[in-house]
Design a protein. Structure first.
Length: 232
């Protein structure tokens, strides 16, 4: 399951592309209330190392590219709020309108809007940083290169990307038909750090660091964090 060159999603009208986005949107709309109840304070409940990496990312974007940061796949908005508390000018983007509504309700002082990381409604070289925690796992392999090219497009030179995703020794795919008691249709793509690092590099994003930690508690898979930077 290596990434391959994909048609640019900003111009693609294929049924496959529309279906992938709609399935993700509908699934997260269905589970939004339960997801928010369970994970509304993820950063406080997460592993200490995860929290430290997000804090380090906040320091990097403040120092090297002082410009707005996008939290892509922002969900209930708790991580967006934490970045804001750390002094980062941040806004959230999520594909689920219901998630966005819940985030706005919980954090009315912050900006959240509906959108897709595969085609960001932003001018070129707008952002100082991109945070995407466990959200690129829903992007199919053949759309990953174009998604990272989109990250490169909207980042300013010197801007950083921090990705987190469930990982393993080999690339794999899982389909979820139920979560939190709701019927959904959601694909998850488990990738090795090397696979994702290669895709970042091909998009012109230079890898700065990688962390792979073992599963903790109820986690089933290792957690990978990749920090990359647009040269400039």
């Amino acid at each position: 399951m290596r990434p391959v060159t994909a048609q640019n999603p900003r111009t693609s009208t294929t049924t496959e592309y529309a279906d992938f986005l709609e399935a993700t949107r509908a699934s997260y709309d269905a589970i939004a209330p339960a997801y928010t109840d369970r994970l509304s304070d993820w950063l406080s409940d997460c592993h200490t190392l995860d929290r430290c990496l997000v804090t380090a990312f906040a320091e990097l974007v403040r120092e090297h590219a002082p410009a707005p940061v996008a939290d892509l796949g922002s969900g209930p908005g708790s991580v967006t709020a934490q970045l804001h508390a750390l002094g980062v000018p941040v806004f959230g983007v999520d594909i689920s309108p219901r998630m966005v509504a819940l985030a706005r309700r919980a954090h009315p002082e912050l900006r959240f809007h509906v959108g897709s990381m595969t085609a960001l409604d932003l001018p070129d070289e707008t952002l100082g940083g991109i945070l995407a925690l466990y959200s690129v796992i829903h992007v199919p392999d053949d759309h990953l290169p174009a998604t990272f090219a989109e990250f490169h497009r909207v980042l300013r030179p010197g801007g950083h990307v921090l990705l987190a995703f469930q990982s393993g020794d080999t690339d794999d795919r899982m389909h979820l038909s139920e979560r939190f008691g709701e019927e959904i249709s959601l694909d998850c793509f488990w990738r090795t750090p090397d696979t994702v690092a290669d895709a970042l590099s091909e998009a012109g994003l230079q890898l700065q660091a990688r962390v792979l930690r073992e599963p903790q508690g109820e986690e089933k898979r290792p957690r990978a964090f990749l920090l990359a930077r647009r040269a400039g």
